[in-house]
Write a protein that binds this ligand. Structure first.
Ligand SMILES: [Zn+2]
Length: 151
């Protein structure tokens, strides 16, 4: 088997690139330096362009995200989602009682216990105190520690 692709360092600018060894010469996409393929030194050789590109990515430190990183990213989005879902429900509810229950349940589920600041983030600073006391009155929440509420 012949290696058709190679990874080489440009003799002028020092950047790595993938070279098709079947062509006689190759010019650098970064500095335009043209070199004869048969005179080039290859730091990596392989049969297919895909593998060569991957090696280039690794050499340049631009490794494609691994499935593990992708999963972590996805988890982060899923983790952020209950909050957006709660905000969405809150904003789309026209009933004040329902709004309070959404906050009480939502914040408890997401944070365990929550503060008046957490409520203010959703309802605004002006209404936070009123919301908290109304939720207390209706037993939607209880003050488990000073300033810490739970649904
Ligand atoms: Zn170059």
């Amino acid at each position: 088997m012949i290696d058709l692709y190679g990874l080489s360092i440009c003799s002028r600018c020092g950047r790595a690139r993938v070279i098709d060894k079947s062509s006689k010469s190759s010019s650098c996409p970064y500095c335009g330096n043209t070199e004869r393929t048969d005179k080039m030194v290859f730091i990596y050789e392989c049969r297919d362009q895909e593998t060569a590109r991957k090696a280039l990515g690794e050499a340049a430190g631009f490794e494609a995200p691994s499935p593990k990183e992708e999963r972590a990213k996805k988890r982060k989005i899923e983790k952020a989602d209950p909050y957006s879902t709660m905000i969405y429900k809150f904003e789309n509810s026209t009933d004040l009682d329902e709004k309070m229950q959404i906050i009480a349940k939502g914040l408890t589920k997401i944070k365990g216990t929550f503060t008046i600041e957490d409520v203010a983030e959703i309802v605004g600073d002006k209404h936070a105190e009123k919301y908290v006391s109304a939720m207390m009155d209706r037993c939607y929440i209880a003050e488990v520690r000073p300033g810490q509420y739970k649904g």
